[in-house]
Design a protein. Structure first.
Length: 320
């Protein structure tokens, strides 16, 4: 079982031709349940199955909060530890999407600021691992500390916390097993200008750390800091999976993070977990909204052979 903690947002998506201040024409408006924590948790639940994922989060006592609780329960998540806060709006995100799928996101944290770690003692004995997405920093720190004391695996996507810098986040890094930033977040967090220097800076704090780097249009890479070994998986276009072209990148990084964590818990090795999680993100690319990740059966039986064929033709990757 898995614990995921992070944000729950209501995404209002604007389709635009360009990010063009001071004015731009909006071609279409769409609304979705989102938030990095919720997106990753849903992706993980679709791979692990019903009642295998606890969610630790917070929503307002409003219509959006009710929609989140209903939707997550329908996805099979355990929602009893989602806090409902009176007098505060649920989190929201306003997302501009260009025709090429690139996004600009403006977030209102709202009730996400009120996530607490109070329930950890009840949850941790029941789980194998925790995925820390973007709860408030004190909560992220407490999850890492308590999960390590219970001997649980810790997966961490720092998200916006990367801006706190390595001095603020070093204690969490020391406890983390799998660190999953995107390239920009890693450079910001470490204050370095190159990937090599950034990885070396992280290695000084936790040489046992394994880094899964989300690289957008370049795919993803896995870095073993102790040995310097690297595994690269190129981005997989949705067309290679028999789907349409790229519709939106919203939620694709969250899909990769949640899928990788869940696949590791299902016993896949690190290389195959990375390949299949990139595949899951490619599926999400082909649809509107942030939560279009495949189920476990879809990923293995429908998309995995196509993904493996595409990747092997380009980099000669064979599963171990």
């Amino acid at each position: 079982m898995l614990l995921v903690s992070g944000s729950l947002n209501y995404d209002v998506t604007f389709e635009v031709n360009a990010f063009a201040p001071p004015k731009a024409i909006v071609r279409k408006i769409s609304r979705y349940l989102g938030g990095s924590g919720g997106n990753a948790a849903v992706a993980a639940a679709r791979i692990l199955g019903p009642r295998k994922v606890f969610f630790l989060g917070s929503v307002g006592n409003d219509d959006i909060g009710e929609m989140h609780l209903k939707s997550l329960a329908e996805e099979g998540l355990i929602t009893q530890y989602i806090r409902v806060v009176d007098g505060v709006e649920s989190g929201q995100a306003f997302v501009a999407v260009r025709p090429d799928g690139e996004t600009a996101i403006y977030s209102y944290y709202g009730a996400n600021q009120y996530i607490t770690s109070d329930a950890l003692s009840k949850i941790l004995p029941k789980i194998q691992a925790t995925l820390i997405m973007n709860p408030p920093l004190p909560v992220a720190r407490e999850i890492a500390l308590q999960a390590k004391s219970f001997g649980k695996k810790i997966f961490w996507d720092p998200g916006a916390l990367a801006y706190k810098g390595i001095d603020e986040l070093g204690d969490i890094i020391r406890h983390t097993d799998y660190f999953m930033p995107n390239l920009n977040e890693l450079l910001i967090l470490t204050g370095e200008n190159s990937l090599t220097d950034a990885l070396n800076r992280i290695k000084e704090i936790n040489p046992r750390l394994k880094v899964i780097l989300k690289r957008g249009a370049e795919g993803a890479s896995f870095h073993y800091l102790r040995t310097g070994e690297e595994i690269k998986i190129p981005a997989i276009p949705p067309e290679a999976l028999g789907l349409g072209g790229i519709v939106s990148t919203v939620g694709c990084g969250d899909t990769l993070t949640g899928s990788f964590t869940a696949l590791m818990l299902r016993g896949f090795n690190e290389r195959d977990s990375l390949l299949l999680s990139v595949c899951a993100a490619a599926v999400n690319l082909a649809f509107e909204g942030p939560r279009n990740s495949p189920t476990y059966n879809e990923l293995l039986n429908k998309y995995s052979p196509l993904c493996r064929s595409y990747v092997e033709k380009r980099v000669g990757l064979h599963s171990q």
